[in-house]
Design a protein around this ligand. Sequence first.
Ligand SMILES: [Fe+2]
Length: 458
Amino acid sequence: MRNDQFGYEISVSSPAAAAAWDRMVLGFLAHGASVPDHLSAVLREAPEFAMAHAVKGLFCLMLGRAEMTETAREAYQTASVAARQGAPLPREMGYVRALGAWLDGRPSECVRALEEILARWPEDALAMKIGHATRFILGDRHGMRSSVEALLPAYDAQNPARGYLLGCHAFALEETGEYGRAETAGRLALSLAGDDAWGLHAVAHVYDMTADSRGGLDWLEGREAAWAHCNNFRYHVWWHKALMHLDQRQIGAVFDLYDTEIRRDHTDDFRDISNATSLLMRLELEGFDVGQRWEELADIAERRTEDACLIFADLHYLLALIGGDRNAAVGRMISRLHRDAKRGDADEMTARMAHPGLAAATGLEAFGAGDYRGAYLNLAQARRSMQSIGGSHAQRDVFERLTIDAGIRSGFLDEAETMLRERSHQRAGTLDTFAATRLDLISSSRGNWKTAQSLPAE
Ligand SMILES: [Fe+2]
């Protein structure tokens, strides 16, 4: 029996395994690229360590890929056997239960199992971060915030995870609209943990949500070291920077970041695909030609139409399929969503496929076909429930933009204006370039309409 860096017992005897475990946890908190290596080292040194197998399974599920669900199932079996043969601690068994619940289609039960761990062992920062990430996938922003806030008193200045906890607090504050406090928490997080890319990124979100793209660029420029160590999360931070350039209408910088950072490696992680597809779609909505960039994304999305892991991923795959004019694959995805909808609430993720997924996907399909009325009506039907697809406000904003533009293009001007006002209200009353240009467009469209009405009949 050894203690981890937070002073909690772990059922490993090998000092090398314990050291690798601590490094793995810190790496995960920092979104570090080294996490798989550290976890492999733990499992190599302590193959009987049930908690490590369970964590491997949870990491696999977070990837949102059908083939990784199988790997997660195998990890659960291994963890269960190791638990039966060894003497796992109650805290460790909490991780095994958390994995089992998610594999049963109940990720919110997974979160509950992690909260049970935190109620007794609040400084278990790994449980905190996995819970935070799972709530993020579920779109549970208020749960994210209350979970972190309950833990704040337990993390004193000596706790090596205090900076990362504050980074999570910053993000949860931002997603619940407390922009001033979010920025303060994020800046403090980064001062305590210089590699807290999540905290840095939370502050970038604040700049996005308060329509201060110039301030956001100033925040990110010169702080690249805070996300250079990251796994594919680094592409996401570059994506945020590209959004700021887009708002500034620095289109050359957007394409440069797209080609040299965001899609440099042509990976097929759904989060990387979501960065890329939502950026290309935003560029197209602003009237910019994105060239052949849809093609490699559409190739990847064609292979994912039957995955059915996360509706957030599916809707971004659909963007790629629409952008790449892959109509047959769009049809396959929509058919699969109809099948999911018939299964109803078979599990928590399928329930999201049914609602709001199917309406949103139908709206996207219509948008791709140039049927803006159909796009608007379906996307508007999904709109009030889009929080539940998971991700952040900034990520889901691509669907909000599509809904608004579909409304404008099909003459739902009052409805589009109302959505823009609501969007601005959520953003502390600010107007970004997207909103300002659309409000101008609506205003001039009404003028044209009035002019047309007043023309004498021929
Ligand atoms: Fe983000």
